[in-house]
Design a protein around this ligand. Sequence first.
Ligand SMILES: [Zn+2]
Length: 142
Amino acid sequence: MRPTDISATVRRKVLERDSMNGAPCCIFCGSPHDIELAHFVSRGSMGKGIPENLVCLCVKCHRTMDSGSNKRSRNEIRHYVREYLQLMYPGWDENLVVYHKYPDPTWPKCPREDCFANDRGSCGILTETKDSENCAFYKEKT
Ligand SMILES: [Zn+2]
């Protein structure tokens, strides 16, 4: 499985999270029809197949968000999805849902205990720089 793929467990989680009255709905327009799982950071940009990067959208909204020629509606949906994910996952950050080929697991973890990324365990914390003082993910917990 590639990091951008969506496992059955994750799929189930996201469908359940975005359900209203027991049925998964498009988080943007509310439609319960033709629901798909949409990556906020696309597979092409190595967005991970994790709940923090996925939302239920109807086919129409999904298509508009990914490749809509109408830039205004495209941005409107992206903005909405971003706010939705931030609400669901306090401290949510776009950086944390992108798969990085690095870090190498042998590199040390960020020593800064106040780094919000340390709670996640999913980002690996350090980047290619191997510079723990300048961890690219460093952000103070809020
Ligand atoms: Zn929709």
